[in-house]
Design a binder for this molecule. Sequence first.
Ligand code: HEC
Ligand code: HEC
Ligand code: HEC
Ligand code: HEC
Ligand code: HEC
Ligand code: HEC
Length: 502
Amino acid sequence: MLKKLPSSVYNPISMFGAVAAIVNFVVILAIVIFDVIMGDPAPYTGIIAFIILPAMLVLGLVLIPIGMILERRRWASDLGEIQPRSFYVDLGKASHRRATMVFSSVTIVFLLATAIGSYKAYEFTESVTFCGQVCHTVMEPEFVAYQHSPHARVTCAECHVGHGADWYVRSKLSGAYQVYAASFDLFPRPIPTPIENLRPARETCEQCHWPDKFHGSLEKIYDHYMVDEENSHWPIRLLIKTGGGSKNIGIAEGIHWHMNIANEIDYIATDERRQEIGWVRIKDHEGKVREYINEENPIEPEDMGKYAKRRMDCIDCHNRPTHIYQTPSKAMNRALTAGWIDKSLPSAKRIGIEALIGEFTTKDSALTAIAGTIRSAYEEEYPDVIAERKTDIDSLIAGVQKIYSQNFFPKMKVRWDVYPDNIGHFTSPGCYRCHNGAFITEDGETISNDCSTCHIILSQGNGEQGEMIAPGGLEFKHPVDIDEAWKESACSECHDGTSQLQ
Ligand code: HEC
Ligand code: HEC
Ligand code: HEC
Ligand code: HEC
Ligand code: HEC
Ligand code: HEC
């Protein structure tokens, strides 16, 4: 055989390295071409094509010079002496020219392929597929909820990693531990929040949502249905004073302005979930400082040092911008409004909620149990209905099963009550962690908790007040008579997301 390359290459180690490199290269190329043709790669092909095979390819390439060095050493020892090695390239010699040509072409091809490969590897490890689907069980709740959220088109990395090399490296280092934890089943269920080292909102959220932007007021309609036989409709139309703005823009008002832009707010939570707040300090745009103590959960001065202070930012209100696990009551309200479930089916809301809140260990057993619970509820309570309205009951079952699949994740022990939502105050304390009337300064000032601080009620209910809009706002009317209880206790003390089922 005519040997065109330096003869030291022709040794078993270098040859093995070269073959391994070529085979890996061809396989990677084949996978990449296949993915381009088929579109949408499967989660594991990315790991194989952009991480494992390239590593083996590099290993193969490294073996080539190692083999060559060993081969030369062997020759030297065969000759009985170690000869000083001299290295020179003489382009006048045909064999040197050929070797240089081969070497430089291979290097260029390899560098090009490495550049493309590293870019693909970077792109892949930042993709939603990699973050959301590779460790399927662990990330299932977050991934599924995300797909039905306002941020479904924003990648996981844009909130969890952000831009810049340092956070990329940090995330891959902590990611390496997570891969280990997932492989050996060492991860907690559910994953605890708040995430300790989440990148600050100013470097993630604020890259897309400019904080100074003035949002104006946001009109939202909350469609409620009672847990009675008629599933009585009780819509509430709110005008939420989101606001925003800055001195330069000129309009400065509302929730965002007061909370985020004009003022700096620091607080101390006495629990890890940041649900029980004991102390709040506000520094306004003139530099004036006020300190509030929670009379219901005071922190003794000597204990102040025990807890970490936190500067309030977007995440303290918007802690569920994308992983939204709806409460059974809210999910049923939505399904009734959207028409997946027929409103005229007696007690559909109550029976649906009862089916959702059972304790299940797997999704499959839950879906079967949901169908069983709903059927037997109708058999017992409404035997005529079950005979006459089979298709409506089937779509109730399908609707409730769909709600379950999108919001409940028994394997990871995830559902609405595991991750309280800090926006609002209906089923979790949210804004009422501070705006509950119990925070007071030494001078007796309190953090406002008047119902019209944050929103006004434009219309409510199914009677006369539901028919017209009151631009100045209405006094809240509770849909069932609970006397003044809604003024005395927070809504979330009674409303836990299941609608007071007895
Ligand atoms: C819009 C920004 C955003 C996007 C996009 C996003 N997340 Fe999150 N994620 C958050 C925030 C905010 C939290 C809650 C932080 C806290 O409470 O400390 C969170 C929490 C989590 C948690 C902790 C458990 C939990 O449910 O709170 C996991 C796991 C997670 N995200 C994974 C993902 C995955 C996987 C994706 C992509 C499929 C993703 N995230 C996309 C903002 C985002
Ligand atoms: C990569 C850009 C991007 C990042 C980063 C991002 N968002 Fe968004 N956000 C969007 C887009 C796009 C929408 C949807 C706008 C629309 O279609 O109405 C949105 C919508 C929202 C909404 C309105 C939701 C609704 O119910 O209508 C909120 C609140 C929000 N984002 C908060 C956040 C928070 C908090 C973070 C940081 C954890 C964040 N966003 C990070 C792009 C982003
Ligand atoms: C004091 C709590 C609070 C803080 C802090 C806060 N927000 Fe909001 N934000 C709200 C409320 C309340 C709404 C009204 C929407 C709702 O009720 O879902 C809102 C609405 C929004 C919307 C949707 C506006 C629209 O018209 O649809 C976006 C986007 C948003 N916030 C982004 C942010 C970003 C980014 C930050 C951090 C710079 C931030 N918010 C800080 C409470 C807050
Ligand atoms: C960590 C404590 C804390 C949390 C949580 C909190 N706030 Fe506040 N908020 C304050 C403080 C302190 C002030 C300033 C005192 C005041 O004006 O009453 C304030 C002021 C406000 C103001 C201006 C009040 C005025 O009188 O002009 C609005 C509006 C507001 N908050 C809305 C919200 C909303 C909406 C939420 C929930 C999404 C929320 N806040 C959650 C501490 C908090
Ligand atoms: C500190 C600000 C703040 C105060 C004070 C406040 N609210 Fe709210 N409220 C909110 C926000 C923010 C939301 C929107 C939550 C969301 O987008 O899901 C909300 C939502 C609601 C809803 C709709 C709930 C749902 O999910 O259907 C009702 C009803 C309501 N508030 C009534 C009241 C009443 C009555 C009071 C006085 C006792 C009050 N609020 C005081 C901030 C506040
Ligand atoms: C003392 C307990 C209690 C308090 C406090 C309370 N509620 Fe209720 N609420 C009930 C009961 C009981 C029902 C009737 C059961 C049902 O139909 O869900 C109900 C029903 C409702 C409904 C319609 C059904 C649903 O859950 O969708 C709305 C809306 C509602 N309450 C809003 C509020 C708001 C807003 C607050 C706080 C300002 C509040 N409630 C405070 C006990 C309470």
